[in-house]
Design a protein around this ligand. Structure first.
Ligand code: TNX
Length: 531
């Protein structure tokens, strides 16, 4: 029996040899294993050494005694590796000391928390250990980056598929590591959003904030106010056809995000940025007259009618339906650039709407203008100021943070992926200045806002506003290479922060983006490999 099996595996290896004989040769760089620390985000701790592990035709993916979720992660890993390696990579729940082993819980998982993992690689196996399935998933992203970039291709490639020997122990600095996509200014389909989610997951981003409504379009179906989407969703910047998500579409986005361990935070921006809603329902306007749909890019001209009772019936219905279809903890209520709302009205509106979020079992998130009203207990404010933001505004945010409001940091001249890299960037805006790759990486979330206690910072988020962006290629050109830098600020310990080292690791991602079909910007200052 044993001999029989040996013979079989010899045959398999031989077959694998002939099958790959016709494949393009692997570059020298790909033949030597990637060092364990050449990963983004930088792992918290790396101990290199020992023999590498090589994935081959006999490799199994083991989930010893595997629970449902651990098996799903194993299945995801198998699907990731099979096309390029050409190996079967069967997933098994049998114990064994060889192959790729995914272990949930146990002694070795102590201290790894909700998202951490340990990766041990040696001659016989590579083992991922985590306390929670999210940790296994993040470990898989590390494993993936340690393999040659060709592993991302969907057709058979030549190996070897080697993982350097040693141990990585890795836990995140912040629990909130977000990216925002504006699907209002230009609409993006479910497929486009899923594609972006997959790109975010590669860098251990765990939150997708969807900007679902703005002046130019309402993108989420609300059954009690159907015109919001049928009319309010019918256009976009430049006058295109727009679009919207049915509840089933939205659930599909949430399902896909969850499969990549991302939580979705939906945003309904209020009381400004509401022209699409005002155009859809005349009764929401103070004068009872619906304005026309808007396809330009100006901000700050619209407002819900704060004194009117119908406004709160509307808000209640929208937040109730949104809460019912959102498993995550947060509902984002916007609150930025309400330039057509008086300060008194803004405060009255925010104070009235925040308890509605709580009534439907959710926690309020808002842009940092929320700190100019009275943030409720537990509220999260998203800071989007920049170097030109005045000291009073910063002080107001810091003051709220000292009184318990938690912050997500998205400084516009650092974290906004829609800012041009430099004057020659064909897409994007520049109101916050130019944001080159180094600038977006080179700051520290813990010390960025003076007077904010470190514990008030939940994490970071990279927003991508879409006034000038209408295709996935546009999104990717703006997000790559800056998004991985924000992801690293969210995950990696401050001690790993170093532009000179980071730019080398960043450059090493380029072949992976090529293999994934991501058209990144070859930004100056990064030693990109020759094409
Ligand atoms: C400011 S950031 C806005 C958005 C724009 C963005 C463009 C924020 C909360 N409001 O309405 O799309 O600038 O960069």
């Amino acid at each position: 029996m044993r001999r029989h099996r040996l013979l079989l595996s010899l045959l398999l290896v031989a077959a694998a040899g002939t099958a790959t004989a016709a494949l393009p040769a692997q570059s020298a760089a790909a033949r030597t294993a990637t060092p364990l620390d050449r990963v983004i985000p930088a792992p918290a701790s790396v101990r290199a050494g020992g023999s590498p592990y090589t994935i081959d035709g006999r490799t199994r993916i083991r989930v010893p005694g595997g629970s449902g979720e651990a098996r799903q992660v194993a299945g995801y890993l198998a699907e990731l590796l099979r096309p390029a390696t050409g190996f079967g990579l069967p997933v098994t729940t049998r114990e064994g000391r060889d192959g790729i082993v995914l272990r949930l819980g146990g002694r070795d998982a102590k201290g790894l928390g909700a998202e951490g993992y340990r990766l041990r690689s040696g001659g016989r196996s590579v083992t991922l250990t985590a306390a929670r399935p999210a940790g296994l998933f993040h470990g898989v992203q590390t494993l993936r980056q340690l393999l040659p970039a060709n592993v991302e291709k969907r057709t058979a490639q030549r190996g070897p598929w080697r993982i350097a020997g040693g141990t990585i122990t890795d836990t995140p600095r912040y629990g909130y590591r977000g990216a925002m996509l504006d699907v209002s200014r230009h609409f993006f389909t479910v497929g486009q959003v899923k594609r972006y989610i997959d790109q975010l997951a590669l860098y251990k981003i765990n939150t997708l904030h969807l900007h679902l409504s703005d002046d130019q379009g309402w993108r989420i179906a609300i059954a009690s106010w159907p015109n919001l989407t049928t009319y309010g969703g019918s256009t976009q910047v430049g006058g295109g056809p727009g679009g919207f998500y049915t509840k089933a579409d939205y659930r599909e986005i949430i399902r896909h995000a969850a499969s990549r361990y991302l939580t979705v935070i939906p945003e309904i921006d209020m009381p400004g940025h509401t022209n699409a809603a005002l155009a859809s329902y005349a009764q929401l306007n103070c004068d009872g007259v619906a304005p026309p749909l808007y396809t330009g890019t100006k901000v700050g001209f619209s407002s819900l009618c704060v004194p009117k009772k119908q406004t709160y019936d509307f808000v209640d219905d929208v937040l109730r339906e949104l809460a019912a279809m959102t498993p995550g903890r947060y509902l984002h209520i916007g609150g930025d650039e309400a330039h057509s709302t008086s300060h008194e009205d803004f405060v009255a509106f925010m104070d009235k709407v925040q308890p509605v979020v709580a009534r439907y079992g959710k926690t309020v998130m808002g842009w940092h203008q929320l700190t100019g009203a009275h943030p409720v207990k537990g509220a999260v404010a998203q800071y989007w100021g920049y170097d030109a933001t005045g000291p009073e505004e910063r002080a107001q945010v810091a003051d709220a943070a000292r009184h318990g409001t938690r912050l997500v940091l998205s400084p516009a001249d650092r974290a906004y992926l829609d800012m041009k890299y430099d004057p020659s960037t064909p897409l994007g805006l520049s109101w916050a200045g130019y944001v080159d790759t180094r600038r977006s990486y080179d700051w520290d979330p813990a010390t960025y806002l003076p007077g904010v206690p470190a514990r008030a910072v939940l994490g970071v988020e990279a927003p991508l506003w879409s006034e000038t962006l209408s295709t996935s290629a546009h999104l990717e050109y703006m997000a790559f290479p800056r998004l991985p830098g924000i992801a690293e600020l969210g995950w990696s310990p401050a001690a790993t922060h170093d532009w000179d080292g980071y730019k080398e690791r960043l450059a090493a991602q380029a072949p992976r983006w090529d293999a994934l079909g991501i058209g990144y910007h070859r930004a100056p200052g990064v030693p990109w490999p020759a094409v």
